[in-house]
Every structure is written in structure tokens, then in C-alpha cells.
Design a protein around this ligand. Structure first.
Ligand SMILES: [Zn+2]
Ligand SMILES: [Zn+2]
Length: 139
């Protein structure tokens, strides 16, 4: 994926630092990750961006919609990319931190129905189920 295209698609003015962040984000696109992991990627490539400005940039990418914050029970904010993922929800293992994604039509439809009944206009939602994955439950 081309970083310039990505930046312009989300109306983010291109700078060297932003391109590097975009590159890191693209390489993390199959994961759920925190800002520290983005910084880690930059460090590995010996790219010099201060921690504060890396955090600011991750926030900017999230604000512009490149990243979607994922609300998990962690002290730090987790993100996932939004440019190659459809809506889905999460199962989160409290023991090992594994994240399982799922998409269930029936659940989606039920939410729409609830909103209609309550005359509530849904803009977005996230569903997470906290628990134990199979490995942790069997341990
Ligand atoms: Zn687990
Ligand atoms: Zn996800």
C-alpha cells in the first residue's frame, strides 16, 4: 500500500514523519496494536521521531479515521486500521490478551432493531466480550 495515497485519502498533509508513521501502521494492519508498537516499529528502522510526537501522530491518524480505537480493558489505548477492515466485534481473553474478531449478522440486526424501538439513531457501536480463550480456559 502506498503511504502517499493513504495520507491523501484521509486528508493528512504529508510530511516525512507522517509517512513513516503511515508505513508502520500499514505493517501493523493485521493486528490490534497500541501507540508503543508503532514507536517500536520506528525504532527498529532507526527512524527518529520523539515519543511525544509519535503519540500525537497516532492520535491524528485516529481522528482522521485511518485508525479505529478498539476499546479493550487495557490501561493503554489499542487501535486497528480501518482502511482494509469491515465492521466487526471482539472477543478478548483476559488471561493472555488474545483478540478474536467476529461479525454476526443476527447481532447486528438486533442492535438496529433495538435502536429503532428506542427511536435512537446509531452512529457506531462496539461490542466486546471479555473472557477466557479456549487455551486459557483449559489450562
Ligand atoms: Zn487466552
Ligand atoms: Zn478488530
Amino acid at each position: 500500500m502506498d503511504t502517499n495515497k493513504l495520507l491523501s485519502k484521509y486528508s493528512i498533509r504529508s510530511t516525512k514523519a507522517r509517512q513513516e508513521i503511515a508505513k508502520a501502521i500499514i505493517s501493523l494492519r493485521h493486528k490490534h496494536f497500541c501507540a508503543e508498537e508503532v514507536i517500536e516499529r520506528l525504532r527498529k528502522k532507526e527512524i527518529k521521531v520523539s515519543r511525544a510526537s509519535a503519540y500525537r501522530l497516532v492520535k491524528l491518524f485516529s481522528k482522521r479515521g485511518v485508525l479505529r480505537p478498539v476499546d479493550l480493558n487495557k490501561r493503554w489505548q489499542m487501535y486497528e486500521t480501518s482502511f482494509d477492515k469491515n465492521h466487526h466485534d471482539h472477543l478478548y481473553c483476559l488471561n493472555c490478551g488474545k483478540i478474536i474478531e467476529f461479525e454476526n449478522r443476527a447481532i447486528e440486526n438486533l442492535q438496529t432493531k433495538v435502536c429503532k424501538e428506542k427511536k435512537f439513531k446509531p452512529l457506531k457501536h462496539s461490542l466486546k466480550i471479555l473472557g477466557l480463550c479456549r487455551e486459557c480456559d483449559n489450562a
